[in-house]
Design a protein around this ligand. Sequence first.
Ligand code: ZN
Length: 552
Amino acid sequence: MNIRLFARLVLPLALLGSNPPAVAQPVPDAPKAPPRLIVVISVDQFSADLFAEYRQHFTAGLKRLSEGAVFPSGYQSHAATETCPGHSTILTGNRPARTGIIANSYFNLDTTRADKQVYCAEDESIPGTDRDHYIVSPVHLLVPTMGDRMKAANPAARVVSVAGKDRAAVMMGGHHIDQVWWWSGTGFVSFSGVAETPLVAKVNAEAAAILSVDRATMSVPAYCMPHDRAIPVGGFTVGTGRFARKASDGRAFRASPEFDAAVLTLATRLVDDMKLGGSGQTDIISIGLSATDYIGHSYGTEGLEMCLQMGALDRAIGLFLDHLDAQGIDYIVALTADHGGHDLPERNRDHAFPAAQRVDAALTPKAVDAVLRAQLKIDRRLIYADSAFGDFYITKDITKKQRAKALKQAMTIYRASPQVSAVFTRDELAAQPAPSGSVDSWSLAQKARASFNPERSGDFIVLGQPWVTPIIDPKAGAYVATHGSPWNYDRRVPILFWRKGMAPFEQPLAVETVDILPTLAAQIGLGVPREEVDGRCLDLDAGSGDSCAGAR
Ligand code: ZN
């Protein structure tokens, strides 16, 4: 470019600029004293992709957290990216192989239960229970949580956990929780035998009052308008919802911003009532916000519904943090998700992704079981599994030879499908070392190994191809989209840390949700033996200081 042209284009711009030149500020010292309250927020199904898409629009709580220590490529590193395993990693520092939480439910063929199915957050040894009528318990979680470790170090530390889902509350809270509450469908409840406190009764009455009246549609900000387009799925459409709701429609309440607001209301009241962060020691509250997940499942991730939810979530978290500020509490926040997610295939195909598809009905466990019965000429249930992808168990009620044949035939069926990317036997996974190296370049076998627990995993594990949604034919009101795969859209989640006064920085390289526990433990000088966790401490000091120094 010649000088004259350069002058014509650039000089006027320079003359227009009235801002003083930026002067580099020294990085302030990180706060030295331990925070008095640790706030851990899990936004169910808040993928790294949603964070990236909506980050520009955040103005409140999520904006604040986006200006702390930002890890936009956090990983739930394992293969079975479901809610219970994901929540089990966030505050234990361990992957599901060690937390023992391999899936939302798994099969135990040795139980006397008819369905042989075990829910991750229940105690199935209690008589009269089944997968649908269970007693909530942390017994399956094999490792301590942050709260468990804090209480062991100082019994005065208060541990509180609230969530939309029982499994989120229990897996983040752990084995020694002072107060744990989750939404039952009509109100917040706790472990069997724990009575509703006056505070919770009041919050439940307020929630019931909200639920008992119709809800008007939400107004739509300009940036959400392009999302407002009906997508046909079977005999109905999604994509244009504005969260209008009839009185007492609990299902619609759950899949709407109202649900997160209810959980954050309870969290706020518990902070006040218990004076969390107001005593000599550090306390912890974990908060599981489940609405994003129900909305993702019900409407997909790229419609008007999710756009409205992202704005509401930002505002609701903002109000909660503002309240903590007003109480003068010195707190640190960690926010992440239990897994990611992706959109329904019907809209993905409209949006430049023709390969997106739904799973072939021939791959369901029921269909494959029927084929096996015919092949082996055995008229009884041979395989136990709850989806086309995941852990498969072969019945023990046949001979060893028949079992070996059933296993071989079943794996042959899955391996032959173009919708299947890999099938591993339990022996193959058991022989592997725990995965190491950069989590964003793990092999499928390494991801499956991170989900593998020898006591609980199946006889073989089926992993689908990318962009195959394991929901065959959604009916109106049922889920249209899901997560659970070993692919990065389901594994990648943001990890955000924020504390007042900290110098912000962004680290786009891959880290893991199992790094959260060692990172927070170092903040309060809590010793965690390295060999007890899969994660590592992340240095939250943007400058030359090292917030992990005491933990090394
Ligand atoms: Zn989830």
